[in-house]
Design a protein around this ligand. Structure first.
Ligand code: ATP
Length: 480
């Protein structure tokens, strides 16, 4: 890490900001170039007011602290180069993961090859050995949080849920700095982090302590997903997923590679202390010695196996040189607009005219569900029938983020980032949900805790309100 006074001297004017790389729940990540070194970075910009409003200060500070502890000590982690702030925002200058994430590659190829699965699990294990030796538990490991650097090595990221243990016996002495009792942890995240439930270990659901073994459970789930393309625990709701996890209810697909199966079965184990690696004196010698890894030289993994045919293409220069350094409101808005247009894969679908959900027979629902499997957004809706979908600009703070909204039976109202193809969340349903159309484009959805500002770029705000109201009347008929 650079000396503290140097950190203070940096500001956003030391960087030329290019495109938006992605958005988190309370951050926007930009590709940026250091004007002094020409090095490309990912800069995570966090709006202070939003973080405070969403009570996420603890998580942001924890992420910064973990990145600070890790520094430059291990190649398998995203590195924090600088942090600075201005009145409204915090800036984290990070290593730029040029090649996306593991989830993207699994989705692109259906699954990873055995060689890639072995290699990237090995990098992850080396990363975990290091992380755990620093007394840190990640607690949110999943393929989406394993990024790829320009040479196709993994960079573990997202330490907002991490836990820093401060004593050798593994007990957490930092209770004053964590605002969520362990027991509530997975439940607290119910509405904002739908995707993560699948990787939560059983002890995080039932006990007051998580441990390093919780990351080993996630390692097993990741191995399963890399090799098969599917997560071991899925279900129509987080509750159902948690039930399956607690009962260890999962099955291997028939063509699941045998040598990985034996490893997964030793990691996805209900009792944390029985998971492979937990009783190692030297972490994680028993995992290293597992027959699946026999062909590897752990002291030098060598270059990564080719993950895809096009992985050797050099990415083109992405930040035009003529841009001025710095990030003011106008520039930030423009970069967001660049992200929003041209709109990718627009498949706006209206619900069939004059067809109410109540009019659909079970057979029709099944038929439509079958047809829906070819819809690229089907994988986000937990097998619920999509009644209406379309792009909506979801306003948050100063910015609008374009999302694919999916109104489904259940009821659910999911929204997906169409650029990164990740589920960003869902508007929570209850009998108290209300809509209000302000004009043809703008409409609001009110939930007990929040007002959502939404804008339909095609001007069908009224239709959205009606569809949501119809669904509400269907599920809560006496609430009108
Ligand atoms: P949430 O805050 O909701 O958990 P997140 O952890 O994905 O979401 P961020 O860490 O802010 O939030 O990242 C937002 C997006 O930016 C990521 O999904 C990814 O697409 C992109 N991104 C984040 N870090 C990097 C990086 N170092 N290099 C390249 N892209 C990145």
């Amino acid at each position: 890490m650079p000396p503290a006074e140097e950190v203070r001297r940096r500001s956003h004017s030391d960087y030329i900001f290019g495109k938006v790389l992605g958005e988190g729940s309370f951050s926007t990540v930009y590709l940026a170039k250091d004007v002094h070194t020409s090095k490309e970075h990912a800069i995570k910009v966090v709006e202070k007011a939003h973080v405070i409003r969403e009570k996420k200060t603890e998580s942001v500070m924890r992420e910064k602290e973990v990145l600070r502890i890790l520094g430059n000590s291990c190649p398998y982690f995203v590195r924090l180069y600088w942090t600075f702030q201005d009145t409204d925002r915090l800036y984290f200058v990070l290593s730029y993961a040029k090649n996306g994430d593991v989830l993207g590659q699994i989705e692109k190829h259906g699954r990873l090859s055995i060689d890639c699965t072995r290699y990237y699990l090995a990098e992850l294990i080396l990363g975990l050995e290091h992380l755990h030796s620093k007394n840190i538990i990640h607690r949110d490991l999943k393929p989406e949080n394993l990024l790829f650097d320009e040479n196709w090595h993994i960079l573990i990221t997202d330490f907002g849920s991490a836990k820093i243990l401060t004593s050798e016996n593994g007990h957490n002495n930092e209770s004053s700095t964590i605002d969520v009792p362990e027991k509530e942890y997975p439940y607290k995240r119910r509405n904002s982090f739908v995707g993560t439930a699948q990787f939560v270990s059983p002890e995080m659901l039932t006990e007051t302590h998580s441990s390093y073994a919780s990351d080993l459970w996630a390692l097993g789930c990741i191995a399963f997903q890399m090799a098969s393309g599917h997560m071991p625990f899925t279900g129509g709701s987080e509750y159902l997923i948690f039930q399956k996890i607690l009962k260890l209810e999962y099955t291997f697909p028939e063509d699941f590679p045998r040598e990985i199966k034996a490893l997964v079965e030793k990691l996805i184990v209900l009792e944390p202390q029985k998971r492979l690696g937990t009783s190692d004196e030297r972490k994680y010698s028993s995992i290293r010695q597992h027959p699946f890894f026999t062909v590897l030289n752990w002291d030098d993994l060598g270059p990564p196996p080719k993950i895809s045919e096009d992985c050797n293409q050099t990415p083109s220069q992405e930040i035009p040189d003529h841009l001025e350094p710095g990030l003011d409101e106008e520039k930030a808005s423009r970069l967001h607009l660049d992200l929003l247009s041209p709109s990718p894969i627009i498949t706006r679908k209206k619900s069939p005219p004059n067809r109410k959900i109540t009019d659909l027979t079970d057979a029709e629902i099944q038929e439509r569900l079958e047809a829906q499997k070819s819809n690229i957004y089907h994988s986000f809706v937990e097998d619920n029938l999509i009644l209406k979908q379309g792009f909506i600009d979801k306003k948050k703070g100063l910015f609008a983020r374009r999302r694919m909204f999916l109104l489904t039976l259940g009821p659910h109202l999911y929204y997906v980032d169409p650029v990164t193809m990740t589920l960003k969340g869902e508007i929570p349903w209850s009998r108290d949900i209300k809509t209000e159309a302000k004009n043809f484009k703008t409409f609001f959805v009110y939930t007990p805790n929040r007002k959502y500002y939404l804008e339909d770029p095609e001007g069908y705000a009224l239709e959205w309100c009606k569809a949501i109201d119809d669904l509400k009347n269907y599920y809560y008929p006496d609430e009108t």
